[in-house]
Design a protein around this ligand. Sequence first.
Ligand code: ADP
Ligand code: MG
Length: 727
Amino acid sequence: MSRAGLDAIFSPTSIAVIGASRHRAKIGYAVLRNLIVNEYQGTLYPVNPKATSIHGIRTYPSVLAIPDPVDLAIISVPAEVALAAVEECGKKGVPGLVVITAGFREVGGAGIEREERLLALCRQYRMTMIGPNCMGVINTDPEVRMDATFAPTPPLRGDISLVSQSGALGIAILDHAKSLGIGFAKFCSLGNKAQVSLNDLLAMWQGDEQTKTILAYIENFGNPVNFVRIARDVTKRKPIIAVKSGRSEAGSRAAVSHTGSLGGSDLAAEAVFNQTGVLRANSIEELFDDAMAFSLQPLPRGNRVAVVSDAGGPAIMCVDELVAQGLRLAELDAGTVEFMRTWAPPEASLRNPIDLTPQASLDDYRRALDAVLRDEAVDAAIAIYVPPVRVDEVEVARAIWQTAAQRGKPVLCNFLGRTEESPGFAELVKHSVPSYLFPESAARALGGMYRYATYRAREDGETRTFPVDRRRAAGVLRRAQDEGRARLRDAEALDVLDAYGIRIARSRFVADVDTLPAAAKDIGYPVVLKATGPGLVHKTDLRAVILDVRTENDLLQGATQVRDRLREARTAFDGYVVQEFVRGGKEVILGMTRDKVYGPFLVFGLGGIYVEYLKDVAFGLPPLTDRDARRMIESIRTYPLLEGVRGEPPSDVDALVDAVLRLSQLVLDFESIQEIDLNPVVALRRGDGYRAVDARIVLGPDVKPPHPPGPEEGAHSSIQTPSGSTT
Ligand code: ADP
Ligand code: MG
């Protein structure tokens, strides 16, 4: 894939349509026709061995017979002959391909192999290819005017570019957008993404002058790590609004079979969006709502919104949604309110939200909207209008867009009950005021704009590389791998963390009771006593954790109790851990799971043992910057608890940020680590750091098969461990 190749695809000076046809039912017919009727500005070469001319244009038997250079070849011949056609393109030196032909990876079996051969040809001849199994590409630039799709109608010209992993959905989006009056700069249906990916398109459109807003229909991110890197850069310059399907498990499975590649967990997707500033629309409808807002209006400077309405109900609905979106009702300046009082109907309510009532004249409405937009305390306005029968809605629309155009602040409109077919709606959109059927939609779209504006304004932060003892960690991991153990022993897990500078509670592991007192003395009372062993997972459930042990006597008694309890529960263990008793902190969890598709992602949450029930966690995809780590921590609902409520001291969030970053480094350094679960980490008050008191590290499935336990395992415990290996 090369940039020049992509340019050849989107701005070709000549196109060969391979598989051009006279038969209306053929895709090759529609593609050539679309290119012609939409006035493609370059030269067209239909290719078809059985025709001398199609649509009145001279036709060539093969791309090799074309006397001039060809920038782009559009392939729509059947799969069986597609490879031969592609090879000819290679020989001809065609830099760009759009392969519409289906019958590749998506059909499995022989299709997979066919796709590999296709890709090999592209590599061999250095061709850039979109598809296969796609619906084509569009560029509405007047210098190009290329509609190389088989869609029924071309899009309007505009400054949105759309990339879609589903061709059909992409075309439907273009179609509906047209009815809304929304125009496009470029469109790309990705198909199987055998070569050109979503990420390539984003990278290209980042620098595309004609593209102001990017819309994407995503089924999977391909390479999520690349996506994060690229999308993060793109969103600094222009918004990306994306619909990601496959939210449900069933949906993900469908997405897998749909494009022949793996989907991924939606939680990870959510993390990707949060970290890149890509705005997620939850439905195609929301995608349109956002597209309208972003492409027509400026971004808000802040979150203070004024609502101007001629009815109370919809204004209240609007306010509820505004607040849910993290926006605020603007506190209008007293002068603004006074000014409105001089002419507004006496029934009107002039505090934000402003309800002028149906008694208000069109002029009142116009003046009210203008007054709030002039107010320094207002960053954006939502104009709600329930068109009464006696007023011409086009006049109302005109009043709104004319007023909006003057103040440089975003104005979104809700013409209650009016869809895109209504003249008022059309008048508004034509003059760059997005209009919505319902007030909540306007509020939600504005919320998206505000979120994006804040995202763009924020600093990225830095990624840090800590000096760590990588070799020590590697040694521990290798030993476990060599011994075929997927789960590290507790002592090993703490050792790995310690090597990466993650602060752990001081701990001594002892195999037998005789050495317990010395260990405890070494740590210093009060201590915590726990059983440890490869088969022990939920120690508390087995009552194998004793907190706040103050004397040697208690310690030894505790050890006996723990041993008896485990014996009763028929659970093997092979020793004890004596740990510093960490007091006066808040329990948080910090962890990592490695997703098949997304790679490692980190999890942070508050709550210790309740975390599974509260489900209040945040995700982050390494590599994280310090800001990412902080945002991750701050984004959980219960974050205020870490800041300290009811006079509690604030927790050491800086130290937690440091821990997240070190964990990020650890999981990037060792791909063999499949899962890390630090539960809990006790966050102490600011300045005192934190201590991890319990750690579980699991290695990936590529560890060697387990072998019988070595002589050292279970040998010195009074209770035999069943085997050294666990999962
Ligand atoms: P498990 O999760 O297997 O039940 P833990 O080691 O996490 O066992 O211990 C259970 C609970 O005991 C922790 O969630 C924490 O509340 C508390 N705890 C464990 N170790 C310590 C310690 N060193 N200092 C203070 N509290 C601890
Ligand atoms: Mg625990």
